[in-house]
Design a protein around this ligand. Sequence first.
Ligand SMILES: [Zn+2]
Length: 158
Amino acid sequence: MNSRPTLACPTDEAPSAADRIAACGLRVTDSRVQMLLAMERQTAPMTVEDLMRHLMTSGQSFSLGTVYRVLSDLANAGLLIRQWIDGVAGPRAIYLARANPAHVAPHRLICRLCRSELQFFSRDLKASITQSLGKDPLGSANDSLDILYCCPKCAEPA
Ligand SMILES: [Zn+2]
């Protein structure tokens, strides 16, 4: 543990990863801190396998089971956003850090009839809204957008 370089905190006021983990009521462990920091450096959602590969290339090795468990703990605590995507072998979880301002919050498509929801990530949605309107109605808010639509099921003629 002593061999690991101290991670510089990018901003003075930001609470450390350990503080944020503790604030969620989780026990602060080395693996939770390392994985939360690793996730916060990502600009795209990652699967468990993606993170595991990433940790290995940066010299940290955790078992797949540990990565699964820690990501799940961090998501349940609200520090990561978990989303399910269709994979070859069924739905797979992808994770995204919530605290990183470089990240875009998941937007939602909500059917105005059956209220079914689809979450999606898009870096470009807000930029295209700003471009279409010729002004930026959203400011620097990093909130997710809820878009009302009529889902294909509800749109089908009875
Ligand atoms: Zn619907």
